[in-house]
Each structure stands twice: as structure tokens, then as C-alpha cells.
Design a protein around this ligand. Sequence first.
Ligand code: GLA
Ligand code: ZN
Length: 679
Amino acid sequence: MINPKLPKIWYGGDYNPDQWPKETWQEDMRLFKLAHIDVATLPVFSWSLLQPEEERYEFGWLDEILDLMAKNGIYACLATSTAAHPAWMARRYPDVLRVDFYGRKRRFGVRHNSCPNSPTYRHYARLLASKLAERYKDHPTLVAWHVSNEYGGECYCDNCARAFRVWLQKRYGSLEEVNERWNTRFWNHTFYDWEEIVPPNILSEHTSEIDRTRTAFPSISLDYQRFMSDSLLECYKLEYEAIKEHTPDIMVTTNFMRAYKPLNYFAWAPYLDVVSWDSYPSNRSDMSNVAFWHDLMRGLKEGQPFMLMEQTPSQVNWQEYNALKRPGVMRLWSYQAVAHGADTVMFFQLRQSRGACEKFHGAVISHAGHENTRVFRECAQLGKELVELGDAIIDSRIESRVAILFDWESWWALEFSSGPTIDLKYLPQVEKYYRACWSQNIPVDIISPAMPMEKYDIVIAPAAYLLQPGYARRVEEFVARGGTFLLTFFSGIVDENDRVVLGGYPGELRKVMGVWVEETDPLFPDMRNAIVVPDSFPELSGRHEVGLICDIMHAETAEVVGTYESDFYSGRPALTRNRFGEGWAWYVASDPEQSFVNRLIGYLCAEKGIRPLLETPKGVEVTQRRKNGCTFTFILNHNAEPEEIDLGGGTYHDLLTGRTLSGKVTIAGRDLLILRRKD
Ligand code: GLA
Ligand code: ZN
């Protein structure tokens, strides 16, 4: 449980009382209670009010609002306000300002703007967190800590350059080792002095102003990416430790942004007590991708429930077309988060700003300022439901027998790679295999390469381009014991420094996969090939279109399931499976159409006795959470029209309406059921 003080699904969000006169605070309290809001996240962007001058801190206003919240039964997810430095700090200590990818020294402005290796920023951010923790450690409202906000971006300043060299020394020990790892004899890059190493941006290794993945030295860019992720993590850790000195038992988090490329969230997650994230799909987002983001967030701490820290009650302001969430959608998507493991439903923002760039961003309390709005009514209805659900669902877990490997390092390296094709992107590959599971209501865990595979029956590794040493051996053990491992094209190519593993692809995985990839042929966007599976394999038989990339390979010990239809490699293996010990290792050598991926995953699951949670029409999603001998089945109808679902035998208790249900039921458009069943 995130905090036993509030044993329910938390309901609330970002609150900016410092943008409003005090009379408004009273009105806010009245409206929060009407909407059943019980948590406010604050102060997220108030550093300049908390520390108006270098030597002066001002907590009076925060005391006042927190006391008012306490009186009104509103808890605080207390933020540290360090995601944007004060203007006076930028003026007096320019080291807090970042240098961007183009080598430009920034001036004061925007937010998320501090150099992570600035001594000034680190000193004052830690100090502020420490002062806040000391002051509010016993405040009755305190239920969680929210450090900074959406860490991200990068810096290429001289402080960062110095810190990068230190980071390299720690990681590799000597300059000789760095030269070796980076393969610096290429293009005359041998370094003789640490000072010769500079951050890889457009002034050095990068070659395109627009496509920032274009680099002459992927190994340097890859290490800088790791270093930046680590640098920002260091900033988080400084605040985390300062807070823990005063409140060791209160959970600390920082809010993530789905699969945010610059930060390796798997490396961050061990330092968060609970993962939280901000979910901003558009009306046109693919619901499978949204489900994937939730599952990724749950996966970061191996299944521990996470916090939905932010979502908009209706529109945002920063998309190209900021459509309103249609009636019912906010509620449905809130429950979708819960269905995937969230134990909080929180908004950005509780009261809509008057000025600056977020004034048209949706809020629980709109510019109208009262409760008589569609959005407020929908928020209040959901708030009431969450009160009624009480502690029924919180802390329950999702059980998956299928896992998908997700690896930030592989993602970075694959996209820094020059060749084989600019169309090869990591996320769509992962999303495609996730969608195959999602569309069949098969629960999936997202795991990192370091996480155990043993508890799964099936592990899917799409485009696993970079492999850490030892990973292949773990795959061998997993398959030998009976697991099914599925690998796709262009995998196992490089080591952790983007050096090719010699002796044939997929490198160290060659033995378990039983194939040797000799060449990789990228297709032009208008080109297609096909995998042909003969009738002797009826479950997968037919002609399945592929594109993007074709690995041309030799089956060594693997059985050829499907072959290429055309081109000079027509008839060569395109889909193989290798018996290895008790299990199977499958290799998909190209990028098939979604329908075939669905069929393949369906077949592999059926083979393992993994059945869909329920068979549902398209657009109806099913998940399951479990605790204390109870199963909670979420059935979410993303369609605007009603859908009929067959629950099969047995009776269920619908937590939202109190009805007892069995057999065929109809779910209204954008509505859902949460069905409880005791074992
Ligand atoms: C992010 C930030 C918030 C706010 C919202 C707007 O998630 O964390 O401060 O800017 O976006 O959608
Ligand atoms: Zn910097």
C-alpha cells in the first residue's frame, strides 16, 4: 500500500494554489470535497516562491495551504519544486543553465531546464528537498513525496563534459579500455588524454540537425546517453536521500513519461519506492499502446502497483489537435490504468491556470470556476465510485505467463546505428508483439534483460539488437527448462559498446536459436516479401506479407517453419523453431503483418495452455488483478457502441453496480465492468 493513511485508490492531482488568491483556496476545498478528491500534488513549480533569494526561504504560504488541506481532509503528495530553477539563480549562477544539442548556452526560461551536473543546481535542489522534508515530516497531510517533475532532456556543457570523463573512468578504468570499447582506430579517433573526449552533439560526432540519432560514433553517443540518464538519476537520488533522512517511511517517487527514450527507467526504478507516470493519450491513440505503457510502468518494479500521477480530465494544450475527451472516456481510461495495475487516479490539474501556455489545458475546475460543468460532473462521479470501491482492488497483482523484453540500451543502440534502414525503429516492433497479446486478452509483463525469465512460459524479444554479456546463457537455461523464447530479426548483433559480436549473427544467441544469419536485406518502403508456411503446419500455414527487413539465414539445428516467397533468397528460411532441451526457440527473420503476428502468438500461447482471459469483440479489453483469493476481471469497452460479452459459466459480482452477472452481458459504449470472483 502506498500509504495506510489513505487505503483506497487515491484521487486528485496537481494543484497550484500559489497561482491564486487565498479566497480561491477556500472555494477549492469546497469543490475538492464535492468531487471526492482526497490528494493534491503540490508545489510542483514553486521554487522561486519557496526560495525568493539565495539566503531566504519562505514556507509560510505552503504551511497555510497545507493546514487548510488538513482541515478539509485533503492529503498531500508533496512535491520538491526542483524541476525549474528560479530566475535569480540562473542570473547569478549560469552553471545551472544547459547547453543544448546545437551547442547553444540556454538563458533562463521554460522548465526542466537545469544542467544535471551543475554544482549549484545539485546543491540547492538537495537543500530545498531537505528543508521541505524537515519542515513537513510530521504534517498530517503528508502521504507521498513527488521529487522534481518529469526528469528529461540533456546537456552538453563543460560541467557535463567533465562529469562524462569521470563517468567513463569509473566505468572503464583506463583510456586504453575506452579506446578499445569505442573502436577508436576507426576514423582516427584514438584518445591520449581524457580531456580530448568531448560530448557527442552536433558540434562533434552528430551529423544531422534534425535526426539526432545520426552519429559517426554510436558507441560514444550510446555512452553519453547512459551518462545523461545516470546524471539525472543522480539528481533524483540526492533529493531522495535528503527526504529519507527525515521521513524514512513515506514513499518517494518521481513521475515518468511512458517509454521516454532518454531515461533508462529500468535503471531508475530501484530508487523509486513506487513508480508513477503521466498518461496523455490523444483521442486517436491506439489503446493497445496505452495498455503497453501501463504495463511497462508496472513492469519497472516487477509487478508492484504504480501511480497514475497525471492525466487530463479532458483536453491538453500541447498536442497539435487538443480534442476533448468524449463523455465517459476519462472514466474509462482511468479504469484502464487501474486495470493494468495503477492504485491512484490523478490529474493534471485540479484548477485551470489563467495565464501562460497551459491556460487551455483541461482541469477538474475550469475557468468557469464552479461545479456545473460536464467535466466536473464526470470527475465527481468517478470520485464517488472510487470512494465506494474503497480498498477492494488496491495492492492486487496481475499474473502473466507471457513476458516481452524491453531494453532501453538496445533501443538507443539500434537507433544510433547507421544502417540497415532508417525505418527500423525499436518501439513499433515491441508494440506489434504486445498488440498481438493485448488483442487476444493475454496478460503480459514487460521485463528488462536483467529480470528473471523463469516464472514465464513465453518470453518475446523483438529486435534485441544489443545484448549484455551473459544474457544468451540465461536464454539457453530458460529454453532448456521448457520455456518458449521468440526472437525477431536483427538481434544479438552487438555487445554493450555497439561492437559487433563476430562469428555470425545473432551472435551469442546463435546456439539456442539454431540459426546463422548471413546477411540482412532492408526493403524499400514500397517493397514486400512474404513468409510462406506450408499446409503441413496448419496452425500457421499460408502466405504472410512481410516488409522492412529480411534476415537471410541458414537453419543449423532449427526446423524451418516458413520460407521467403520471393527475391534471390526465395525458399530460404524466414521462420524457424529450434528444439533446445525441453523448450523451443523461435526466430522471426522479418517484419510480418500484424495479423500473422497475432496468429503466431496465439499459437505459441495455445501450445502452452495459455488461454485468453475472455474472448471479446474488437475494442473490448480484458485484464485481471488478484489478491486474497479474489479475482477482479476488468472488461473495458473502448468502442462508442454497446458490445455483448459472454462471461461463460459462473457468477460474478460487479463492483461498480453491485449486480450479480453471468452468461451474456451487454456493456454500454465506453463503459466497463469490474467483476469480482472468489476462488
Ligand atoms: C506534464 C507535466 C505537467 C503538465 C502536463 C500537461 O505531464 O508534468 O506539469 O505540464 O504535462 O499535460
Ligand atoms: Zn551540463
